[in-house]
Ligand binder design. Structure first.
Ligand code: DAH
Length: 338
């Protein structure tokens, strides 16, 4: 029992060296644990003469109490230090500016396409989408453009294996729909089209929006009225005019101009001094086309129109090169955030 002070100073050294509460606990167990020094002393009691046992027991108890106090006071210090360290490492600076979440925007083509659909959906049109790989029949023949027809040269076609091609126009959708559905028809057909063509205003892939109306007694006046409504909404209050033109699938055929929204019709660089901007092709559906689809041209008549979505978007947003639509430069795209 003369070792009491030695044991205490050993415990003090070990407790001081313990840098974490885990290490401190292990140090404590060396003295107060089941295999610790104090327990060993108690176990040794049986070898001590009976008359010395009470005094010995008292001393061991005192030793245990002192060790418990010793470790308790170290525990307090270690815990306080650990808490301080934790608070320090988990500190957050609430004044730091937050990380900005950049919001995306609809692509100008998607957006223009949606605007167009909204305008025509308001007039009762429904959307029908045809395939991008099309047969010559739907893309040309049924549209009154047989193999030897000169108008096939108006569109530089990408041919695939025999009889198939990448559609050059969404007009093919007119045939597909009329084969399925009997009049009255009010169809809008948006989609990608392909032509071997490449400059500032043409790209090998672009988008069109096709329209078709077939019913009894449909006239060119109906087309004109509907186009005026379209021009009003799309280009805020502009007028339209029809110019004679030629498409194999319409008779008569027209090209549609809207009065220049940049100069109000006075003449500027956008409208090349004419006061008018060409926006789409249209016409009364050629009776051969109706016949090809099993629609009786003596009972029904219709009009059709087709426009380039890129062209509409370029005019509306003042975009000067068609390639901007496919380069996907964020600096371009982010200008279309609402
Ligand atoms: N398909 C024609 C083109 O790509 C555009 C067009 C003109 C569509 C007149 C029509 C139409 O429906 O009636 O050049």
């Amino acid at each position: 029992m003369d070792d009491t002070e030695k044991i205490i100073s050993e415990a003090e050294t070990e407790a001081q060296e313990a840098k974490s509460s885990r290490a401190l606990y292990e140090a404590k167990m060396k003295f107060l644990g089941r295999a610790g020094k104090v327990t060993a002393l108690l176990r040794g009691m049986k070898d001590i003469a009976a008359e010395h046992r009470p005094a010995f027991g008292k001393k061991v108890n005192e030793l245990r109490e002192r060790l418990e106090e010793l470790f308790a006071s170290h525990e307090e210090k270690v815990k306080a230090r650990e808490l301080a360290e934790k608070l320090q490492s988990e500190q957050i600076d609430v004044t730091m500016p937050g990380r900005k979440e950049e919001k995306g925007a609809l692509h100008p083509i998607t957006r223009t396409r949606q605007e167009l659909i909204e305008i025509f959906a308001g007039m009762g049109f429904e959307v029908f989408e045809g395939p991008e790989i099309e047969s010559e029949y739907y893309n040309f023949t049924a549209l009154n453009t047989p193999a030897d027809h000169p108008a096939r040269d108006m569109q530089d076609t990408f041919y695939l294996s025999d009889g198939f091609l990448l559609r050059t126009q969404t007009s093919a959708g007119q045939i597909r729909l009329m084969e399925k559905k009997k009049p009255p028809i009010k169809m809008l057909s948006p989609g990608r089209v392909f032509r071997s063509d490449d400059d500032a205003t043409h790209s090998p892939m672009f988008h069109q929006m096709e329209g078709l109306v077939v019913d009894r007694g449909v006239t060119l006046c109906d087309l004109k009225g509907m186009l005026d409504e379209f021009a009003q909404v799309m280009f805020s209050g502009e007028k339209t005019r029809l110019r004679p033109s030629y498409f194999p699938f319409t008779e008569p055929s027209v090209e549609v101009d809207v009065s220049c929204f940049a100069c109000g019709g006075k003449g500027c660089s956008l409208c090349k001094g004419t006061g008018w901007i060409e926006v789409l092709g249209a016409g009364m559906v050629n009776r051969h086309v109706l016949e090809n689809c099993g629609v009786d041209p003596d009972l029904y008549s219709g009009f059709a129109f087709g426009m380039g979505i890129e062209r509409i978007a370029m005019l509306k947003y003042g975009i000067d090169h068609i390639r901007l639509f496919t380069e996907n430069d964020v600096r371009f795209l982010e200008q279309f955030k609402n």
